[in-house]
Design a binder for this molecule. Structure first.
Ligand code: WTA
Length: 715
């Protein structure tokens, strides 16, 4: 797929290679050779014994794990399970911000670094120059200690209180990757408000939809964010969302805005206290910087809501996945510690390149890492800013960051790795990556070629790779190698996390024999599991608990919507979603969301969206669109490139640039079964070029013939 063949020239010394690519097994080097003093779990035997204990006696296992949190009040009961409703650590009280920040200050670690942040722009904004950069101008870097975070979150919490935010309210956060984003999130938890973070790549409609669903009355945003040298106009998107919300009768009381880019001329800026419709606008520097820095952490019941995070479903609106306090924290703390072998006071610097707008950023930029008292690195921008001279689009910023900050654990997505492969092996080769000890991947299945490249060119064949499989709904890892303990196979997320009773089963709940594909399920509750879909009980029950059950007891099992197989060693190989959601560049998108955006354009009668494999993005979006002929006539338009561009821009405006179709194919009508269901499988085949329907498909595709041929096997 690129200049690079993908096969390591000289495999790792302890790699056991066999003739079959899928059978390559990698055993990591001993702790000392990687710079660790020890491993939390040091052998496969130890893992197996612990895993068996954790699923045979979950209550005792999780009771012991929960001792890693600081509790205001100890819990009485580990678990109350009335499937599908779980209550974990009942009777206990704790607080997320306290566990991430205050407890470390109180234990005497207030001066340790909690968060290292690097901004995207280079040059005059620099506050703390760093050594060893190849850039002529230094990037802006900030480092916050636990005490800094305690002060900052207290001030922000008091500012939120002054805006009327109370325990139990949902605060919407739509910000760039700046330290204030971490502060805003933790400030909410400090006072017991739940946060609902919306990824900065989403557009106005996606914001208003989520704000409305969450009944959120306060939004925290920024004027803009930097991305690949451009400014993303966040406040403008929020203002557009406010108009949509007002039209629908939902009032947002306050918008708190950080000044990050100052790209608007002063004439366009507002003054704190000014109103837009019924909404009062505030600048962060007026409201937060002047607030008191004393604000105790609110004691929260274990099952009080910690956050909502919206994720795409196969039908209708995005789902507000609900996580609660203690269970999520226990799961995040444990999985972060074990999968990355996190240890405080051991010179570690952890970097997860995910945006905090996705669950990976929630659990493994913030909560899981801060609780383990390991510095977490946040980078604001793109990997290809600045671009390499003479090689437009390519960049080595990530490797530069790893080298300058001496990152020890690095966690990224397969789509990013495939992009780096394309940019060339020489880019990482220019940098000193010797600080790295563990590499992680997440978000979609990683193809062995990308795994080997990551292992060879980033891990320099030394570092174990943890391919972590999980979901927004699971809160944290559910299947992952543990470095040192679990030998890895490129493309497999290997074995279940402690406490996770994972299986691959058929529709009747029977376990599949080795190497036979089936449905990925979890048979016992775990603390990090979702507690609901906000405001939609039916969707919670039917999406996750309605399909699989224990054939013996009839007890519902959790279904992840992923297909998977287990090999002869019990290793899981996730094959991808079995529902109508697609992963594009690691971002989950419902085909419905893109389809609804398309049909909201006046030219479109019907739309169907399918995913097609894409060598960098994992999947690309292919949209089949049938047009309103009367509209075309009335507006003197043709189904041409200009209309395609217009529809693409329309989707970007409605959902966000991440949802732009890669291909738009016009069709006379969409192929449907007799019962009126769109024949997606046929469309997928057509999009993949399996089915040649007409000799010439330059403009309109005619599905009538193939549709008839295929009708019987679709129904
Ligand atoms: C996919 C991201 C294979 C899977 C944390 C899942 C993966 C969806 C992996 C959840 C992996 C995530 N191997 N597939 N290591 N990690 N997935 O909610 O299809 O954005 O259902 O959470 O990503 O995506 P989400």
């Amino acid at each position: 797929m690129s200049q690079q063949s993908g096969t390591p020239e000289s495999p790792s010394p302890d790699a056991i290679s066999s003739i079959l690519v899928e059978n390559r097994v990698f055993r990591p080097a001993p702790a000392a050779s990687l710079g660790f003093t020890k491993w939390h779990i040091g052998s496969i035997e130890e893992y197996k014994a612990l895993h068996a204990y954790s699923v045979d006696d979950p209550e005792n296992f999780w009771r012991e794990e929960a001792q890693n949190l600081a509790w205001f009040r100890p819990f009485d009961t580990v678990l109350e399970w009335h499937a599908p409703d779980a209550k974990w650590f009942v009777g206990g009280q704790t607080n997320a911000c306290y566990n991430c920040v205050d407890r470390h200050v109180q234990a005497g670690h207030g001066d340790q670094t909690a968060l290292i942040w690097e901004g995207e722009p280079l040059g005059p904004r620099t506050s703390h120059p760093v050594e060893g950069s190849r850039y002529a101008a230094e990037p802006e870097v900030k480092s916050l200690t636990y005490r800094d975070l305690q002060i900052a979150t207290s001030k922000a919490a008091n500012a939120l209180k002054a805006l009327g935010v109370k325990k139990g309210d949902v605060v919407t956060i739509y910000m760039p990757m700046v330290p204030e984003l971490a502060v805003a999130i933790l400030a909410c938890t400090r006072i017991g408000a739940a946060h609902s973070v919306i990824f900065g790549g989403f557009a106005a409609h996606a914001i208003s939809e989520r704000v409305m669903d969450a009944h959120s009355r306060v939004i925290i945003t920024a004027d803009g964010g930097y991305r690949r040298g451009d400014v993303v106009p966040l406040l403008k998107n929020v203002e557009e969302a406010l108009d949509q919300l007002t039209n629908q009768g939902h009032i947002v009381n306050h918008v708190l805005t950080l000044r990050r880019t100052a790209h608007e001329p002063p004439s366009k800026r507002f003054r704190t206290g000014e109103k837009r419709g019924a909404t009062v606008l505030h600048w962060w520097h007026d409201a937060v910087d002047t607030a008191s820095d004393a604000c105790p952490c609110e004691p929260m019941d274990s099952e009080d809501m910690l956050f909502l995070l919206y994720t795409s479903g196969s039908t209708g609106k995005p789902k507000g996945i609900q996580h609660t306090t203690a269970g999520f924290l226990v799961h995040a703390q444990m999985t972060a510690r074990l999968a990355f072998n996190l240890m405080p006071d051991a010179g570690q610097v952890f970097w997860c390149s995910a945006d905090i707008g996705w669950v990976t950023g929630h659990t493994y930029v913030l909560y899981g890492i801060l609780m383990n008292r390991v510095p977490t690195l946040m980078y604001e921008g793109a990997p290809n800013f600045p671009a390499i001279e003479g090689r437009p689009g390519a960049g080595d910023r990530f490797w530069d960051i790893i080298a300058r900050h001496r990152v020890t654990q690095f966690y990224t997505a397969p789509t990013a790795i495939r992009t780096f492969m394309k940019w060339g092996d020489d880019l990482p080769a220019r940098h000193d990556l010797s600080s790295l000890r563990v590499l992680g991947t997440v978000g979609e299945p990683i193809n062995p070629e990308a795994w080997i490249w990551y292992h060879t060119h980033i891990g320099r064949t030394r570092c174990p790779i943890v391919d972590t499989y999980w979901q927004t709904e699971t809160g944290g890892h559910v299947c992952t190698p543990l470095p040192r303990a679990i030998p890895t196979k490129p493309g497999s997320c290997t074995l279940p996390m402690l406490g996770i009773d994972a299986a691959v089963v058929n529709e009747r709940g029977e376990e599949m024999p080795p190497n036979k594909g089936g449905l990925f399920c979890i048979r016992k509750p775990w603390p990090g599991m979702l507690r609901g879909v906000y405001g939609n009980r039916e969707r919670f029950v039917s999406n996750y608990w309605g399909r699989l059950k224990d054939p013996k007891t009839g007890m519902p099992w959790y279904f992840s919507a992923d297909g998977s197989r287990r090999d002869q060693d019990g290793y899981f190989w996730v094959m991808g979603r079995v529902d109508d959601v697609i992963k594009v560049s690691g971002h989950l998108l419902g085909t419905m969301e893109v389809e609804s955006a398309l049909v909201s354009h006046p030219a479109v009668a019907e739309a169907a969206v399918v995913g097609v494999p894409h060598e960098i993005k994992g999947n690309a979006i292919c949209a089949f669109v049938s047009l309103k002929t009367h509209w075309l006539k009335a507006h003197k338009r043709e189904p041409d490139a200009a209309l395609r561009a217009e529809l693409t821009a329309h989707v970007a405006h409605e959902v966000g640039a991440l949802a732009k179709p890669d291909q738009i194919r016009f069709a006379d009508g969409l192929p449907k079964t007799r019962s009126g269901k769109i024949m997606r499988r046929l469309l997928r085949d057509v999009a993949n070029g399996v089915e040649k329907i007409t000799q010439d498909t330059t403009t309109l595709e005619d599905f009538s013939v193939v549709a008839k041929l295929r009708e019987s096997d679709e129904e």
